[in-house]
Design a protein around this ligand. Structure first.
Ligand SMILES: Cc1cc2nc3c(=O)[nH]c(=O)nc-3n(C[C@H](O)[C@H](O)[C@H](O)COP(=O)(O)OP(=O)(O)OC[C@H]3O[C@@H](n4cnc5c(N)ncnc54)[C@H](O)[C@@H]3O)c2cc1C
Length: 446
């Protein structure tokens, strides 16, 4: 968001992290607390208006866009409760994941898994089914044990498996379409360390060992630069806190940080965008910079990375058993693009998550492989993403709600077994569609 100071700002222009999506809310309101929030929602509902919460604006899709009131939840932050025995904490929804790690760490606690950046808010991360990697772990929504949500009638409801269970299940992933989540109860674990091993190897080996490594390692993922024969693998092993730190020296970065947060890589991407035929050579040069690293650090320092070279992204979750077929098809698409002189400069990222029972989780009911494709932000992603999307959908893929996709309501209805239940909750708590936007309408109907 470009305007997010305390109070209300009128007719600002807002945009997402990569600036691919921009929109013009009628006003941006930053409530100081829940009472002010309730009054903003009530006023908008009374005049037949719309309200859309925004977290850190780190979605690639227009999931947080609105032409009416944008709610900036940046003032609703911090821990509000710790239940050590139950292994749960309560946290305000506007809290950034980057702040949550140290806040929990001060109490000897941690999130069991995290994605590859930590700029998101808790509310934003759960609303789009954000995930990390590891078949022993779900995404953030699977860690949600309870919620406080302000609905269109101005009521603040505390929901969990025993209280308004239908609303609880629906709100664990809601695309911000059911109300404003003000507080989240999250399952946490004891603080732990991660030993990270990052190395480059032939991509055929990376692919053939992916499922086995994903089942045996705590957290496994890999990157592949299209047009090259190299895979960059990451294997993270969980260790008790007392095992001893061996962090990266201050001037040495994680392998992909060294690249994706690097001015030289930005210049290479610019050159590739201007002269696509140079991309294979540039990808080869980028790969040469990838060497080996082993380090041990506090979990949140290892999970999260820096991403300063901007890109657009599409990511699909597929049943794990379709991984080889999906990746082979993707390689063919990339090979075709290189043959046509349309290079793909940004790497592909491949991760996993355990099946869960969250109604709109992208891993609902199945262990999943996530394959993410990217384009430098100055390049038009349309053709590449469309070809890849067709392939992934044909293999039962479901798009990350916070990333680019072209799905529609008919498709969503057949892809999610609890779709009708989610829509029934939406009809019950937001019959006037105070919390909708064009993206939610496309995916779930008006
Ligand atoms: C560089 C980068 C790296 C990323 N890495 C990963 C990754 O590793 N794994 C992954 O799965 N995704 C990843 N993402 C995607 C990102 O995690 C999601 O798009 C996430 O939703 C962004 O969180 P946010 O706080 O920015 O939410 P926003 O993008 O601001 O909002 C997302 C949705 O949440 C809703 N929302 C926000 N707060 C609330 C609230 N309090 N109550 C109700 N609704 C709310 C909004 O209305 C909107 O619908 C990445 C994105 C970027 C830009």
């Amino acid at each position: 968001m470009s305007a997010s100071s305390a109070g209300t700002t009128t007719r600002p222009t807002a945009h997402n992290w990569c600036r691919f999506q921009s929109w013009t809310p009628s006003a941006v309101v930053r409530p100081a607390g829940v009472e002010e929030l309730a009054s903003v929602v009530e006023q908008a509902a009374a005049r037949g208006g719309r309200v859309k919460p925004i977290g850190a604006g780190h979605s690639f899709s227009p999931v947080a866009a609105t032409d009416d009131v944008q709610l900036d939840l940046g003032a609703l932050t911090g821990l509000t409760g710790i239940d050590r025995e139950a292994g749960r904490v309560r946290v305000r929804a506007g809290t950034r994941l980057s702040a949550l790690g140290p806040l929990l760490g001060a109490h000897g606690l941690a999130l069991a898994n995290m994605g590859d950046i930590d700029r998101q808010t808790v509310g934003g991360a759960i609303s789009t089914s954000t995930h990390g990697t590891g078949l022993g772990h779900t995404g953030y929504s699977g860690m949600v044990a309870g919620l406080e949500i302000l609905t269109a009638d101005g009521r603040l409801r505390r929901v969990d498996a025993a209280h308004e269970p239908e609303l609880f299940e629906a709100a664990r992933v809601s695309l911000g379409a059911l109300g404003v989540v003000t507080e989240v109860e999250l399952a946490v674990c004891e603080s732990f360390l991660l030993r990270a091993e990052e190395r480059a190897e032939p991509i055929d080996e990376t692919v053939s060992r992916f499922q086995e490594r994903s089942r045996t390692a705590d957290h496994h993922e890999f990157y592949w630069f299209p047009g090259t024969g190299l895979g960059l693998t990451k294997l993270n092993t969980r260790l008790p806190l007392g095992s001893g730190l061996d962090p990266l020296p201050p001037l040495r970065t994680k392998v992909m940080d060294g690249l994706l947060a690097n001015g030289a890589y930005e210049l290479m991407c610019r050159l590739g965008a201007a002269v696509p035929r140079t991309v294979p050579v540039l990808n080869g040069i980028a790969c040469r910079g990838l060497d080996q690293r082993t380090y041990t650090d506090i979990s949140y320092n290892v999970f999260a990375a820096n991403r300063s070279v901007r890109f657009t992204e599409m990511e699909y979750a597929m049943p794990l058993e379709h991984f080889e077929q999906a990746f082979a098809g993707l390689r063919e698409i990339c090979a075709g693009m290189f043959r046509d002189g349309r290079g793909v400069s940004f790497p592909v990222e491949v991760r996993t998550a355990a099946a869960d029972d969250v109604w709109l989780s992208t891993a609902h009911g199945r262990d999943s492989v996530y394959i993410a494709v990217h384009r430098y932000h100055r390049e038009d992603p349309t053709d590449y993403f469309r070809e890849v999307e067709d392939l992934f959908v044909s293999l039962g893929g479901r798009p990350h709600w916070g990333k680019m996709n072209t799905r529609d309501a008919a498709w969503t209805a057949q892809a999610y077994p609890r779709h009708a239940d989610w829509c029934a909750v939406r009809d019950a708590v937001d019959p006037q569609r105070v919390f909708t936007n064009a993206y939610v309408d496309r995916l779930f109907g008006p």
